[in-house]
Ligand binder design. Structure first.
Ligand code: ADP
Ligand code: MG
Length: 926
C-alpha cells in the first residue's frame, strides 16, 4: 500500500508546502536567537567559552533546560510524520478496496440501492479496522525508533552524563570517542589524536586530523580544523568540545534538504504477499469473465442473475485483509521483540531473524560477562598467581607485590578507567580490561597517591582493534624524562619490543626471552585468560606523538592474564541453536588459544572443528575460505575488515547471516550481513546507524531468544495469511459449485462481503497473538527463498476451502425447502461458523491438541466472539435483516450448523496429519 502513496506523490504537495513555510520560520527564529555560536572557529578557547556563556565545568541542567527552550531541539527537520487522516485515506489507495468499491457501484447500478450503501458501509468499517491496526503498528515502530535515537556524552552539573543528542544546547561540553557520530557543530578544546571523517560534509574521503588552535576567520568548513561538525564521524581518538550550534543552525542542517522523503522499505514477505494479492485480484477478474461468458452461452441464467453472481464472485475473491495483516504482523512482532531486548531498527530484520542459519557473535561482552579480573601475571621471568583472598603468590608461596612496581606503573598509568564518587558509592568506570588492571594495581597497593606526584600526563594514543594496543605519554618528574607506557595484545606488542626489563635492568630481548614470553602467553591463553602485554620506553622531549614513532623499540615488562567467564545460560543457548539447525561462529580480536578455550567451555567447539585466525583469513584465497567456512567455529585475532570476508563467504555458501559488531570498523560487515546486530551498551553510534537491530543487553542469549521469536513472527503471518486465503477459497467455491450444481446463489454479495471484510478478518488479527509452537526451535531454519504459500500450505488452503464450501452447500441444499431466504441464512451462518472453527485450527501449522484450547489466546477468542456477535446482529436484528435479507433461525437448526462446523474442524485437523505424513521427508539441508 505504501508504494501507491509514493506513486501518487502529488498528494503530498500541500503538506510539503506547509512544511517549507515552517522550516523557513524555524530558520529565522534560530538565526535571530543563535548568533553566539557563529564563526566560533576564529576564537581562542577562552574566548569561545565566554562567547557561549559557558564554563569549563559545563552547563547546569537548569541552564541547559532554559537554552533548550531558546534554541529548540537539536534535530534536523525532516518531512513531518503522516497525520492520522492521511493514514486513514491511505487505506483507500489499496487497489483491492477500489475493486470492491467498483462492485458497490455495480450493485447500485443494478438497482440494489440499500445493498450498495451497505456495501460501502462494510468497506468503510474494514478501512477503519485496517486503519486502527496499521496506525497502532506505525506508532509502535515510531516508539522503537525513539528508543534507538542517538545519545551523547555531555558534562552537566560537573558530571559526565548520557544525554539524548536532540537535547544538546550551545554551551554544552561533549566528549567524543572513536565511532561517535558528532551530534552538533562543536569547538574542540582538548584532543587525543582526534581524526574525523568529514566526507558527508566536505566530500574529503580521508579522515582529517584536528587541532585546537584558532583558525582563520574566513576559513572554509574544510579548513576549520578546530571544529567538529554534526553528522561527521570520529574515526580515531578522543576529544572534548563545546557545542556551538545545534539543529538547523549546523552546517549539516543548512545543506540537508528538509523535505527528504522518508521512504518506507517493504520487507520481502510484504512484497511477496502484495504480489500474491494482486495476482489473486487479476485471477478474480478472469474468473468472473469466464463464469459470465459461459453462463451467457449456456443460457441457464438471466443477465441480471449473471451480474449478481459475478458480483458475488468478485467480492468473495478479493483478499483485502491480506497485505494489512502482513504489515501488522511484522511491526507487532518488532514490538514484541523489544520485550526480548532486541530493538528492530529496520522492519525486514523482524522477518529475516527467523530465517537466520548462522550466528556470528563477538566473544567479549556478548558471550562472556565482561566482568574481568587479573588472575595471573608474568614478570621478571616468573608466573605470579593473583587471588582475591590469598593475594600474590609464586608456586604456592605468598609474595610481596611491592617489587612489581614497574609492572603496575604501566598497568595503572596506561589506563582509562576512572574512579567516580567516594566512600561506599565509589565506582570504577571504563572498559573492563582497564578496570581489571586498575583493580589489580590497587590490590598490590599501587594507587593514585603513589604515582601522582611524579607523573604528569602528556598525551594518549587510544586503543583500536586494528593495532590492538594503546599508549600514553607521561613526564616522569622524578627522573626528569618523558616516557611512553604501552599495553596491548602480546603477539602484536612483542613485535615492537627490542629490549626487556629484567630485575631492575634493561637489556636486549633475546630469542630465548621471546620464546619464554610466548610460552607464558600460551599457557595463560589455554586457561581461557585474555592476555595483555605491558611495555614502556623513554622518548625524546618535543617528540611528535605519532603511533608509528612511539610504538617501537619498546622495553618488554610483563604479561597480565585476565579472566572473563562466559555468561550464564550461554551453554544452553548454544545447545538450543544446535537443535534449531543454526550454526555458530565466535569472532574475536582475542588470541586464538584463549578464544578456543572459552569456546570449549561453552560447547561451541569440539575436536575436529576449525579455528581460523585473521592472518589465515587474509592469506586464504576466497574460494578456499568459502570451502571451509562451514566448519569454522572460532575466528580469532580478527581485524574488522576480515569480518566482512567472513560474512561474504558464509553468504556464498547460502547462509542467512546474523552478525554482531560494535566498533566503528564493523560497519561494513554489519551492513553486509542479512541481520546486522549491534550492542546497546557498548555499540558505537556508527554501528547503531547501520545495524538492522540493537541488542539492548549485549547478551548472546538474547540473539537466540530473538531468533525463536522471529520464527514465530513469520509463523504468525503465515497462519493469518493461510487462514484468510482458505476463507476466500471457501467463498469462491461456494459460488462456483452452486453454478455447476445449478443451485440458486447460496449467499448474496453483501453477506459474502461481510464475511470477507469483517467476520474473518477480525479473528485473523487474533492469530497475530499466538505464542510460539513448542517445536519452534527444534526445526531447521526456513529456506531464505521459501515461498510463503508453498505446496503444503497451498494444499491445506484448498482442503480447508473445500470443507467450508461443502459444509455450507450441504446445509443450504437441506434447507432450500424452507424457502430461499431461510436457506441462505443457514448457509451464511454455517460458513461463518466453519470459519470460526477454522481459525482455531489455523492456530497451529501442525496437528496440535494444545492449540485447540481457545483459552490460550484470549485475543483470538475475543475476535471470534466479536465476529459471532456481529453475525447474530445481522441475523436476528430486524433492521439488519431487511438489509442482509436474513431471517431469524430456529434454535434446533443451530445444532446442525454446529455439528457440520465441528465435523469440518475434525477434517481440517486430520488433513494436517495426512499432509504431514505424506511429506515428512528429512529436515532440509542448508
Ligand atoms: P574482543 O572484543 O573480540 O575481545 P578486542 O579488539 O577488544 O577483541 O581486543 C583484542 C585484543 O586487544 C585483546 O586480546 C587484548 O590483548 C587487546 N586489548 C583489548 N583491550 C585493550 C585495551 N584497553 N588496551 C590495550 N590492549 C587491549
Ligand atoms: Mg572489545
Amino acid at each position: 500500500m505504501g508504494n501507491l502513496s509514493q506513486r501518487f506523490g502529488f498528494l503530498n504537495f500541500p503538506k510539503g508546502f506547509v512544511l517549507l513555510l515552517k522550516v523557513k520560520q524555524e530558520r529565522r527564529r534560530m538565526i535571530e536567537s543563535a548568533n553566539t555560536g557563529a564563526n566560533i572557529h576564529q576564537f581562542s578557547v577562552d574566548k569561545t567559552v565566554k562567547n557561549l556563556g559557558s564554563s569549563f565545568s559545563g552547563l547546569t541542567s537548569l541552564e541547559a533546560k532554559k537554552r533548550l527552550k531558546k534554541y529548540g531541539l537539536n534535530k534536523i527537520l525532516r518531512e513531518q510524520k503522516k497525520s492520522a487522516l492521511v493514514f486513514f485515506l491511505d487505506q483507500f489507495k489499496d487497489p483491492l478496496l477500489i475493486l470492491l468499491i467498483l462492485a458497490g457501484v455495480l450493485s447500485v447500478s443494478i438497482g440494489e440501492m440499500i445493498e450498495g450503501i451497505a456495501m460501502f458501509a462494510i468497506v468503510l468499517l474494514n478501512a477503519i479496522l485496517g486503519f486502527v491496526q496499521e496506525y497502532r503498528a506505525e506508532k509502535a515502530m515510531e516508539a522503537l525508533q525513539e528508543l534507538t535515537a542517538p545519545m551523547a556524552l555531555a558534562i552537566r552539573d560537573g558530571e559526565e552524563q548520557k544525554v539524548p543528542a536532540s537535547k544538546l544546547v550551545p554551551g554544552d561540553i561533549i566528549l567524543l570517542d572513536a565511532g561517535d557520530i558528532i551530534p552538533a557543530d562543536s569547538r574542540l578544546i582538548e584532543l587525543a589524536s582526534l581524526q574525523v571523517d568529514e566526507a558527508s560534509l566536505t566530500g574529503e574521503s580521508l579522515p582529517v586530523q584536528k587541532k585546537i588552535s584558532p583558525a582563520n576567520a574566513d576559513a572554509p568548513i574544510a579548513d576549520q580544523h578546530n571544529m567538529a561538525f554534526m553528522g561527521t564521524v570520529v574515526t580515531y581518538g578522543k576529544a572534548k568540545a563545546f557545542v556551538a550550534r545545534t539543529g538547523m543552525q549546523t552546517e549539516f542542517g543548512k545543506i540537508s534538504s528538509s523535505l527528504q522523503d522518508t521512504q518506507k522499505i517493504q520487507t520481502p514477505l510484504q512484497k511477496k504477499f502484495d504480489q500474491l494479492a494482486r495476482h489473486i485480484g487479476i485471477a478474480a477478474v478472469v474468473l468472473i469473465f469466464i463464469v459470465f461468458v459461459s453462463g451467457m452461452l449456456l443460457g441457464t441464467l438471466s443477465l441480471l442473475e449473471m451480474l449478481v453472481f459475478a458480483l458475488a464472485l468478485a467480492v468473495a475473491t478479493v483478499p483485502v485483509a491480506l497485505p494489512t495483516i502482513v504489515t501488522i504482523g511484522l511491526s507487532m512482532g518488532s514490538k514484541l521483540l523489544a520485550k526480548f531486548n532486541m530493538l528492530v531498527k529496520k522492519l525486514p530484520a523482524a522477518e529475516s531473524l527467523g530465517a537466520a542459519t548462522v550466528i556470528c557473535s563477538d566473544k567479549t561482552g556478548t558471550i562472556t560477562q565482561n566482568q574481568m579480573s587479573v588472575t595471573r601475571a608474568f614478570f621478571n621471568g616468573q608466573t605470579i598467581n593473583i587471588d582475591a583472598y590469598s593475594g600474590f603468590s609464586v608456586g604456592g608461596k605468598v609474595i610481596n607485590p611491592a617489587g612489581m612496581e614497574p609492572f603496575f606503573r604501566i598497568a595503572f598509568l596506561c589506563n582509562n578507567a576512572k574512579e567516580n564518587g567516594n566512600g561506599a558509592k565509589k565506582m570504577v568506570n571504563g572498559n573492563p580490561t582497564d578496570v581489571a588492571l586498575l583493580a589489580a594495581s590497587k590490590k598490590a597497593k599501587f594507587e593514585r597517591s603513589h604515582f601522582e606526584p611524579y607523573f604528569k600526563f602528556q598525551a594518549e594514543l587510544p586503543f583500536d582493534s586494528d593495532r590492538k594496543m594503546m599508549s600514553v605519554i607521561y613526564n616522569n618528574n622524578q627522573e626528569g624524562r618523558t616516557e611512553a607506557f604501552v599495553k596491548g595484545a602480546p603477539d602484536f606488542l612483542l613485535e615492537s619490543c627490542t629490549r626487556i626489563y629484567d630485575h631492575g635492568t634493561v637489556r636486549p630481548l633475546t630469542e630465548f626471552d621471546r620464546k619464554k614470553i610466548i610460552g607464558a602467553n600460551q599457557s595463560f591463553a589455554e586457561n581461557a585468560l585474555r592476555v595483555i602485554a605491558l611495555a614502556y620506553r623513554e622518548i625524546p622531549d618535543n617528540f611528535v606523538h605519532k603511533i608509528r614513532l612511539v610504538e617501537k623499540d619498546l622495553i618488554f615488562v610483563g604479561l597480565a592474564g585476565i579472566i572473563d567467564p562466559p555468561r550464564e545460560g550461554v551453554k544452553e543457548a548454544i545447545a538450543r541453536c544446535h537443535t534449531a539447525g543454526i550454526s555458530l561462529m565466535m569472532i574475536t580480536g582475542d588470541h586464538e588459544t584463549t578464544a578456543r578455550a572459552i569456546a570449549k567451555q561453552i560447547g561451541l567447539y569440539k575436536i575436529g572443528d576449525m579455528t581460523l585466525t585473521g592472518k589465515e583469513i587474509e592469506r586464504m584465497p576466497e574460494k578456499e575460505l568459502v570451502e571451509v567456512i562451514d566448519r569454522v567455529r572460532v575466528a580469532a585475532r580478527v581485524l574488522p575488515v576480515q569480518k566482512l570476508k567472513i560474512v561474504e563467504a558464509l553468504q556464498k555458501k547460502g547462509h542467512v547471516v546474523s552478525m554482531t559488531g560494535d566498533g566503528i570498523n564493523d560497519a561494513p560487515a554489519l551492513k553486509k550481513a542479512d541481520i546486522g546486530i549491534t550492542m546497546g551498551i557498548t555499540g558505537t553510534d556508527v554501528s547503531k546507524e547501520v545495524a538492522d537491530a540493537i541488542l539492548t543487553d549485549d547478551n548472546f542469549n538474547t540473539i537466540v531468544n530473538a531468533i525463536g521469536e522471529g520464527r514465530n513472527v513469520y509463523d504468525k503471518v503465515i497462519k493469518s495469511a493461510k487462514y484468510l486465503l482458505s476463507c476466500n477459497t471457501g467463498e469462491i467455491l461456494v459460488i462456483l459449485l452452486s453454478i455447476l450444481l445449478q443451485l440458486p446463489l447460496p449467499l448474496i454479495p453483501l453477506q459474502i462481503l461481510m464475511i470477507n471484510l469483517l467476520t474473518d478478518a477480525i479473528p485473523a488479527l487474533g492469530l497475530g497473538f499466538e505464542t510460539a509452537e513448542d517445536n519452534i526451535m527444534e526445526r531447521s531454519p526456513r529456506r531464505p527463498d521459501e515461498r510463503p504459500i508453498n505446496g503444503k500450505r497451498f494444499i491445506s488452503i484448498i482442503i480447508m476451502g473445500i470443507v467450508m464450501a461443502l459444509g455450507t452447500l450441504y446445509l443450504f441444499n437441506e434447507y432450500l425447502e424452507f424457502g430461499l431466504h431461510y436457506a441462505r441464512t443457514v448457509a451464511f451462518t454455517t460458513l461463518v461458523f466453519i470459519q470460526m472453527f477454522a481459525v482455531m485450527s489455523s492456530r497451529s501449522l501442525t496437528p496440535s491438541l494444545k492449540k485447540l484450547n481457545p483459552f490460550t489466546n484470549l485475543w483470538l477468542l475475543g475476535g471470534v466472539a466479536l465476529s459471532i456477535l456481529l453475525h447474530l446482529m445481522v441475523v436476528y436484528w430486524a433492521p439488519m435483516q431487511s438489509i442482509f435479507k436474513t431471517v431469524s433461525l430456529q434454535w434446533n437448526d443451530w445444532w446442525k450448523i454446529i455439528a457440520v462446523s465441528s465435523i469440518g474442524l475434525v477434517i481440517m485437523e486430520l488433513s494436517k496429519v495426512a499432509i504431514r505424513f505424506n511429506r515428512s521427508g528429512p529436515k532440509h539441508a542448508k
